[in-house]
Ligand binder design. Structure first.
Ligand SMILES: [Zn+2]
Length: 87
């Protein structure tokens, strides 16, 4: 599967781009550029802000037993991005 569960980079809030995907906990996650992706992939255990973001999205998907649906994920991710803006 090459659709990231998130639409926005957990770091910058910028849109995920197709050349900056990686796998985390068995799902595809994305970043705004390859540098973000490479840094995350090389330091997963030391990037709690990123993993918390992805964990929350994965938990929501798992909890509801939903198939990964692009529109649905988009809506959730937009809300989460707004939430992170306020923190
Ligand atoms: Zn980024």
């Amino acid at each position: 599967m090459n659709i990231a569960i998130n639409k926005y980079c957990p770091r910058s809030g910028k849109p995920v781009v197709a050349d900056s995907l990686t796998t985390y906990r068995g799902v595809t996650v994305g970043f705004c550029n390859p540098h973000c992706r490479d840094d995350f992939a090389a330091n997963v255990d030391e990037r709690p802000n990123d993993t918390r973001y992805f964990d929350a999205l994965i938990k929501e998907l798992d909890h509801e037993g939903e198939k990964i649906n692009e529109k649905h994920i988009f809506d959730r991710d937009v809300r989460r991005a707004r939430f992170l803006d306020r923190v």
